[in-house]
Design a protein around this ligand. Structure first.
Ligand code: RP5
Length: 170
């Protein structure tokens, strides 16, 4: 796992975790979105199946270490987001990572179908950028400056989409 852009300075407020190094090409899009807003994050491999003790410890310690949102990505039998949501009061955003088989439907259904009381905000298959943007919105709702930046990003993106829609009809 490696990020080409430096992580914004400061104590991390978003934890990006994933089941394997192999998830990073998808999950780095969440990091890139946070980077755009200057939101400090940490990124690590915390596998539910391969390192369950570390995974539970991560969830137990996340809020106390100052994290405000956890973004968790995994593929296949993707239990990581749900397991973390069961041991942390922080909002958890789940990213279904598509693998070679089943086109990520297994990941999606593993993450989205949580029992009542254990919420995971699930984005689309491979939708790590939206996970980063959602984390920015969650954190921005408590900060006027960041909320303004998030609004600006949204308006710019809408304008781009409008241009694309017109271009398709040209
Ligand atoms: C999951 O198994 C990981 O999240 C990853 O998406 C998948 C495959 O992992 P590797 O075999 O590539 O390490 O737990």
């Amino acid at each position: 796992m490696s990020a080409s852009d430096p992580v914004p300075a400061g104590d991390p407020v978003v934890g990006i975790v994933m089941g394997s190094d192999s998830d990073w090409p998808v999950m780095r899009e969440a990091a890139a979105a946070l980077q755009e807003f200057g939101i400090a994050y940490e990124a690590d491999v915390v596998s539910a199946h391969r390192m369950p003790d570390e995974m539970i410890a991560y969830g137990h310690g996340a809020a106390g270490r100052g994290l405000r949102v956890v973004i968790a990505g995994a593929g296949g039998a993707a239990h990581l987001p749900g397991m973390l949501a069961s041991v942390t009061p922080l909002p958890v955003i789940g990213v279904p990572v598509p693998l070679r088989y089943l086109d990520g439907m297994d990941s999606l259904l593993s993450i989205v179908q949580m029992p009542v009381g254990v919420p995971v905000a699930t984005v689309s298959i491979g939708g790590a950028r939206n996970a980063g943007l959602l984390a920015a919105r969650i954190i921005g709702s408590g900060s006027d400056d960041l909320a303004a930046d998030v609004r600006e990003q949204m308006l710019t993106f809408q304008s781009d989409l409008r241009d694309q829609a017109h271009a398709k009809g040209a």
